[in-house]
Design a protein around this ligand. Sequence first.
Ligand code: IMP
Ligand code: MG
Length: 327
Amino acid sequence: MIADVVVGLQHGDEGKGKVTHQLASSGEYTHVLRFNGGCNAGHTIYHLGKKFVTHHIPAGVFYGVKSIIGPGCVINIEKLFKEIKGLESEGINVRDYLYVAGNAHVITAEHMAEDAQDTKIGTTKSGNGPAYRDKYSRVGLRAENCPELAPFIVDLYSELHKDHSVVVLCEGAQGFGLDIDWGDYPYVTSSHCTVGGAVSCGIPHNAIRNVWGVAKAYETYVGAKKFESSDPIFSKIRDVGSEYGATTGRPRQVNWLNIEDLKKSVDINGVTQIVFNKCDILDSVKCWKVITTNGLINFKNATELESYLKGYLHGADIIFSRSPNKI
Ligand code: IMP
Ligand code: MG
């Protein structure tokens, strides 16, 4: 098996959907595997000129690649079917390519009702936290026990390990800053957003070839903690960069890229390729800054920022992207 992994290096919304969609178009992959999260995720994808936002369904379906919702995920069945219908009404064949690991967990109406009461974390209110809690308390409901999901259930072990020709693209959700272990606890999601999340979905560590870390040229965060500092430029970036939640529509708080946090997530994920998305947004506002523990660094232009990032993050291949549909 060969596996490539796509992870978020910041707080979600870095543009993982775009990267996964583009990699999946290569024709090289036999499978795309979503390894964490549920319908809290919103992956924005531009396919053949149309905009799609996926929540549960891996980006492989756009190219007829077997697409698996892995055991690290939690599923809202009603929303999954809505998503299938939505994609099919736009001509994407989902049913022939979508698979669900029997040991993935299910989000129930009780989980949703409980999460709806959250005020402390600023969750997406999609029942994620309670569903993972029940999984780890060993009282959860598995996908294999839900008759509605029966047509999609796959034996993940034989699917991925039956022969040596499997080339799998692992699609992460959320990002390092929201990871249950490495994020800013308790302002985190309840799943493993690092490459470790892919490994625990049945991907052997020695099958991993490339780890694509996705970041933005600035940072955004959605949730209850204060993240944005007082500079009015951040509302400008929010507007020019359309920084509103793909799942909840909430305005995202904006701040400059924190280089030390980024380096930590690159190191812990073993990132080999970094994509910096939305570099065009900083070009539009004509301001390029980075946060360090010693204060802000102010760059004169994009070229200065980009050579600083290349120097700081040497060892990984770096792509600076200025387009919503290609890296
Ligand atoms: P939960 O995952 O719904 O429990 O939310 C926990 C935290 O993660 C909140 O701050 C959410 O806004 C954030 N979050 C969850 N999923 C995403 C995502 O896909 N993009 C950005 N933030 C997310
Ligand atoms: Mg998103």
